[in-house]
Design a binder for this molecule. Structure first.
Ligand SMILES: Cc1cc2nc3c(=O)[nH]c(=O)nc-3n(C[C@H](O)[C@H](O)[C@H](O)COP(=O)(O)OP(=O)(O)OC[C@H]3O[C@@H](n4cnc5c(N)ncnc54)[C@H](O)[C@@H]3O)c2cc1C
Length: 339
């Protein structure tokens, strides 16, 4: 395992720790229907407890666009057995507003650090970790034979590129196009408040939810130009988050921010992940990246699919659906529900 900085440096140590079955496309709903139960089982098996909990997701339908998107998605979700409910928002004691809401009770939360460090804890005696930046793939006769790290070649007949937001950059450096771009996202954590916001609540401006510790965690829903930049947080966004939170949640009128952090969403053109290999690549080269904001919940199951493929040659149907070849073949997935 080669890591440039430290284990859990990337988005896996910087996310909001939420899981859902509710996506815009059938492909991602079906992936979630296998991936989320796998995640929940893993929560019980890991040596650290990632505190997986069913809390629900709650959409505030405060504009025509969100009403339209959720109404369409509701038919798909119901046909897939994960339908939710339209309810007045004031059925939820913590909300101050009169709009219509949509509750997806099947979704939930976990603690991202315990999940990734729990997975690391489970395998650490069986892998060698090399701290250094992977630079170049070494290819001979159309096959992968190694990867250059810290000026030396590590011999390998298989390389799986799982570099999150850095995947597109690494592959490009090696002459291969894999469309994964970084989009910086900020997260804020407030001082604590008596527990009331159980579901992850999504409005057109912000998303937020209570942590078990009593803080409210969330972020601003806006589009940020793609690219690598400073992993800091901005005054504008923290003010926008606090103002909106104060206007939505009863009892949060004077709430302040305690801390925040940022990380990258690893965006693909169809907002869906890329896993497997391409026939035009050297033999032995695989990718698993580009989760576009929903990789913490999906990656344990993807890891299993990739391991089955690489170690045992077992091809899961999802390696075809989410294949890197879909961009050349124009078989895009059109996921629109990025939170
Ligand atoms: C603010 C925020 C909120 C999010 N909320 C959620 C959520 O609620 N639920 C959810 O499921 N997902 C969420 N995500 C998305 C999720 O965090 C990511 O999809 C997931 O963590 C990606 O995991 P990864 O292993 O692919 O990449 P990362 O965890 O980013 O790991 C990539 C690693 O590669 C290393 N690296 C880069 N280049 C090199 C190189 N050349 N050589 C060696 N190492 C290298 C980096 O140092 C990094 O540690 C969120 C993300 C952010 C930023």
């Amino acid at each position: 395992m080669v890591e440039a900085k430290r284990i859990n440096y990337g988005s896996s140590g910087r996310n909001a720790g939420r899981y859902r079955y509710h996506f815009y496309t059938k492909e991602n709903v079906e992936f979630a229907k296998e991936g989320i139960p796998y995640l929940l089982k893993l929560c019980k098996d890991l040596p650290l407890n990632p505190l997986c909990m069913k809390t629900g997701y709650l959409w505030i339908l405060d504009d025509e666009k969100s009403k339209d998107v959720i109404s369409r998605a509701h038919s798909l979700w119901s046909s897939e057995g994960v339908g939710g409910k339209f309810l007045p928002c004031n059925d939820f004691d913590f909300l101050k507003i009169e709009e219509e809401c949509y509750l997806a009770p099947q979704d939930g939360s976990f603690h991202h650090d315990y999940l990734s460090l729990g997975m690391y804890e489970a395998i650490k005696d069986h892998v060698k970790v090399i701290i250094g930046e992977a630079m170049r793939l070494k290819v001979s006769g159309g096959k992968i034979v190694g990867v250059e790290v810290n000026g030396s070649i590590i011999p390998a007949d298989v390389v799986a590129v799982t570099l999150g937001a850095w995947t597109g950059h690494f592959m490009k450096r090696n002459g291969i196009e894999v469309p994964v771009e970084p989009e910086k996202k900020e997260i804020f954590v407030t001082e604590d408040l008596k527990f009331r916001v159980k579901p992850l609540t999504i409005s057109k401006r912000i998303y937020f939810s209570h942590t078990l510790k009593g803080e409210i965690i969330g972020g601003v829903e806006d589009e940020v130009p793609r690219g690598f930049g400073e992993l800091d947080i901005s005054v504008e966004r923290s003010l926008s988050f606090t103002r909106t939170l104060r206007s939505l949640v009863k009892g949060a009128e004077g709430i302040r921010i305690l801390r925040g952090w940022s990380g990258y969403y690893e965006m693909t053109p169809d907002h869906s992940h890329i896993m497997g290999f391409s026939d035009s690549w050297p033999d032995g080269l695989y990718v698993d990246a580009g989760y576009s904001g929903h990789g913490m919940m999906f990656s344990p199951y993807s890891g299993k699919i990739m391991a089955d493929l690489i170690a045992d040659g077992v091809k899961n149907k999802f390696t075809k659906i989410f294949s890197p070849q879909r961009f050349e073949e124009n078989k895009l997935i059109d996921e629109r529900m990025v939170i």
